[in-house]
Structures are given as C-alpha cells and as structure tokens.
Design a protein around this ligand. Structure first.
Ligand code: NAD
Length: 500
C-alpha cells in the first residue's frame, strides 16, 4: 500500500478529547514489511502531556469508583460488541503496523474481545469473603476496592491484546487509567481507545499518551497520583520500572522476557512435536515472550526430529503478513533485525551448527522491510549465549539430551521462567514436568504459546515479580483487599482476649 500524500496524524486522548502533544513533535509509525508505507504520525508526548492525563484520570476517579461495578461492566460489554464488528479492520491495521500475519493479528484482536467479555463478567463477581467472626454479634467480610490511577506501559508484540489485559481489569475494578503504548504499535491502542469511548466510557476514565519510554512512560513511574503501574516489556526496562516505583511503594506489576523451551522425549508423537516447535518458534517471527526459542530433544529421536523440523522451517514462506499465503512476517524494526543478526553471528562463533537460515532477506519485496530467514541452530550446548539469552526473533536453538533429568536441568538452567512445554506419552514424566519446571506456564503436548484469557498468565525468576495477568488473578493486582468487621454487640469486644 502506498503512503497517501498527507499521512494521517493522530493525537493523544486526554479527558475525553483527542489533543495534540505539547511538544508538537511526532513519531512515525511505519509498516515493517514495507517501510515506504507510513501508517501514521503519532504524538511524541512528554512529561507535560503525561501530567495532564494523570490529572484527568485523578479527576474522573471518584465518580468512576462509585459507579456500581455492573454498570462499569456494561460499557465493557458494549466495547466487546464493537470490537467484534471491527475485528477485520483492526487486524489489518495491526498487521500493517507490526507485521505479524493476519491469522495472528485476528487472534490478537480476539484476545482483546475475550478479555473484555471476561472482565465485563467480573462486574457482577469480584467476589470477596464472608466468614464467621470469632466474637458474638460481630460480622466479618473482605471486599475488593479500587486502587486509584493505573499507569499502564505496553510492548509492541501484542498491540491490542496486552493493552486490553491491563485496561479491562483496571477499569472493571474501578480504577482510572493512563496508558502508554509501545512507540512501534500506537494504532492498535488508538483503535481500542476509540472503541471504549464509543461504548460510553466517561471522560477522563481512560487516557492515552503516545510516545517513547523515557519521555512518555517514565513520568508515570514517579508521579504521586499514580497508584499502580503495570509494565510488560524487556527485563532491562522492567528493572528501571521496578526501581522507579520503589521509593513511593507503588504497586508494580512486571511481565518481562523469556527463554522458553520445548522438551521432546523419546516417546513423543514426533510429528506433533515438530508442529509445535515450528509454531512455537516462528509464530510472530519468534517475537513472543512465550516463543519456544529452545527445543531440547532426546538423543534417541534427535536426528529424526532435527531432519523433520529443519525441512518444515525451510518451507516457511516469509513475507508481508497481509498476504494470506505468508507464514512468517518481518521483525518489528531495524534494531530488532540487527539484534537477530548479531545473535546469528554469536551462534556461529560459539560453533553451534547452523542447520538452516542465518541471513537477512533483502532481495525483491523483502528489501522494503526488516525480514530475516527462519533460523535453526542444532547441536547447541545449553550454556551457549544463543541458548541462554532472549533473542526475540526467528532463531531456535536445538539442544540434545540423554534423559529426563538432564532435560529438566537444561529447561531450568536459564534466568527466565515464563513458559515451558513437554512432548511425551508417558504420564509420569508429564506430571513430573508440570511439577518441576520452573515457569509460570507449562504445556503438555502443546507448544509454549497459546494462553487463554481466563487463566493466570505470567512468569517467575527474571520474567516476573509475583503478579499475574489475566483471569481472576488480574483482579488481585488491580484491586486492594479491604477487610471489614461490623460489631453489633453494643459493647467493646477484644479479639484474642475476651474470647480466649
Ligand atoms: P521494551 O522494554 O523495550 O519496552 C516496553 C515498553 O516500555 C514500551 O512501551 C517502551 O516505550 C517502554 N519504556 C522503555 N523505556 C522506558 C522507561 N525508561 N520508562 C518507562 N517506560 C519505558 O520492550 P519491547 O521491545 O516493547 O517488548 C519486547 C519485550 O517484552 C521482550 O523482552 C518480551 O519478552 C517482553 N514481553 C513480555 C511479555 C510477558 O508477558 N512476559 C509479553 C510480551 C512481551
């Protein structure tokens, strides 16, 4: 698609209005499959804009928190209906701004729909506890309360799903929101905001500030009126976020990097494992936090697996995600492509065996974007950097192992702990694996990707800091527990003393 003579110019959404950033500067949003196509110009916001958005969210907070949760939820139900109507348009927008294939961007919008419905349902749940008091004529219960202004900072790889994972539970529990999408994928958050606004979200309840991390994200972290911060992105930036939130004891939720593994046992259905490794390793061009960037294979089936896997990877068609015959799109930007190329060189220097791929794709239409061949290194040592560090691109390290215990050691021998999978038909190994794998998510006979919105999502070690996205678990982050005792005895009753 050619860029129109005058590209579309987008604005921030603050207090119910689309307004320009104070800096007057803009960031280009270009199609990574065809960098000649300018998707739009988005505001390069700074602290001034962020402060305005926080003021708007603070101003809207009291009315919103006092709006009954089922009424808040009705707006979410309407938003989900609108998202369904516009699913195809928004999926196409997303492929244009970040490159993943249409089937996957449809999945991304679907995830936003699922999350919006799920959290709308929470409008009539958000259950607390009622329990007997240890004292007579006394009532005890716990209820969820909202926190305040939520600052949400998102990555580019799930441009509508991740903003919805954060915004929907924040809103239904009565918080107001300032969201800062990734600079590479602002359009999908713009679309989500448009939908929520049309669905009837009151002014100021959700505000969008576009821009880069240090200028438009960092001001959220130490503002006194922001009560909680939810961040998804790299471990490196997550550490900055965590440290910035610490002095004011802000509630801080971090979802960070991964180095996920598929273990293939000698009793596995090998063709199924190959299917899983191709989808897990090269879906979203390997740019998923849950991507299967390591595949550990039992020595008894190693040669057969590698042969089948490499043949399938070689056959993947790389190109523009809008073309229905494309299997894998580009890297998100030039910097990410360079990272992939750097790690390919590291893999070669480490003497891993380059089984397929290894090059940037530059001829013909590929030359217009940030394309890289799907790449497999075999015969990797688990301590190699390509088997330890997050590459976030279409590169998979295949590692041989002798037995189940060694496979577990390999799996757990990385700094991350997001997702892991095992292919086996042995029920004992399946159960041991789900118990002993040090990750927040485990799959048996399925790849490392495929989370569903009604279950907790997140990781341990350097992937997460103890909170979870999705499901009922998300409510625990976006609300505070309040414990309420009501004494109707008309006398002073001292717990642990008068009834001892
Ligand atoms: P990133 O860390 O570069 O950026 C994430 C967000 O943080 C962006 O919006 C960015 O503008 C912002 N940011 C950057 N510097 C900041 C600062 N100093 N202060 C405040 N905000 C700042 O990550 P990315 O490249 O957008 O995403 C890729 C990473 O995200 C990968 O490491 C991937 O594993 C991770 N990720 C994790 C999950 C998960 O759930 N665990 C999901 C998706 C992506």
């Amino acid at each position: 698609m050619a860029t129109p003579a005058r590209p579309k110019v987008f604005k921030n959404f603050i207090n119910g209005e689309w307004i320009e950033a104070r800096s007057g500067k803009a960031i280009e949003n270009r199609n990574p499959a065809n960098t000649g196509e300018l998707v739009g110009m988005f505001p390069a916001s700074t602290e001034e804009d962020v402060n305005l958005a926080i003021d708007a969210a603070k101003g809207a907070y009291d009315k919103w928190r006092l709006t009954p949760a089922p009424k808040r939820a009705e707006i979410l139900y309407r938003a989900a209906e609108i998202l369904i109507e516009r699913k195809e348009d928004y999926s196409r927008d997303m492929t244009r701004e970040m490159g993943k294939v249409l089937a996957e961007t449809r999945g991304d919008v679907q995830e936003a729909i699922d999350m919006t419905y799920l959290m709308a349902g929470e409008g009539r749940r958000q259950f607390g506890q009622t329990t007997p008091s240890e004292l007579p004529n006394k009532f005890a219960m716990s209820v969820r309360t909202s926190v305040g202004v939520a600052g949400l900072i998102c990555p580019w790889n799930f441009p509508m799903a991740i903003p919805s994972w954060k915004a929907m539970p924040a809103l239904v529990t009565g918080n107001t929101v300032v969201i800062k999408p990734a600079e590479d994928t602002p359009l999908s958050t713009y679309n989500l905001m448009q939908v929520l606004s049309e669905a009837g979200l009151p002014r100021g309840v959700m505000n969008v500030v576009f821009g880069d991390g240090p200028e438009a994200g960092a001001p959220l972290l130490n503002h006194k009126d922001v009560g909680l911060v939810s961040f998804t992105g790299s471990t490196e930036v997550g550490r900055i976020v965590s440290q910035a939130c610490a002095p004011s004891f802000k509630k801080c939720h971090l979802e960070m990097g991964g180095k996920n593994i598929i273990i293939v046992m000698d009793d596995a259905n090998l063709d199924l494992a190959v299917d899983g490794a191709v989808w897990g390793g090269f879906g979203t061009s390997g740019q998923r936090c849950t991507a299967a960037s390591r595949v550990a294979v039992h020595k008894k089936v190693y040669s057969e697996f590698v042969e089948k896997f490499v043949a399938r990877v070689k056959a993947l068609k790389v190109g523009d995600g809008l073309d229905p015959s494309t299997d894998m799109g580009p890297c998100i930007n030039e910097q990410q492509l360079k990272t992939v190329m750097k790690y390919v060189q590291i893999g070669k220097d480490e003497t891993a065996k380059l089984a397929t791929g290894g090059n940037r794709l530059e001829s013909g239409a590929w030359g217009r974007g940030w394309f890289h061949e799907p790449t497999v290194f075999s015969d990797c040592d688990p301590k190699m950097r390509i088997a330890q560090e997050e590459i976030f691109g279409p590169v998979v390290a295949v590692i041989p192992f002798e037995d189940f215990d060694e496979a577990l050691d390999i799996a757990n021998g990385v700094q991350y702990g997001l997702s892991a999978a095992i292919y086996t038909r042995n029920v004992n190994n399946a159960f041991r694996a789900q118990r002993d794998l040090q990750t927040g998510i485990v799959y048996v006979n399925a790849p490392t990707i495929g989370a569903e919105t009604h279950l907790p999502f997140g990781g341990i070690k350097n992937t997460g800091n103890g909170h979870r996205e999705s499901g009922e678990a998300a409510l625990d982050f976006y609300s505070e527990w309040k414990t309420v005792y009501i004494d109707y005895s008309d006398r002073l009753q001292r717990a642990q003393i008068d009834n001892a």
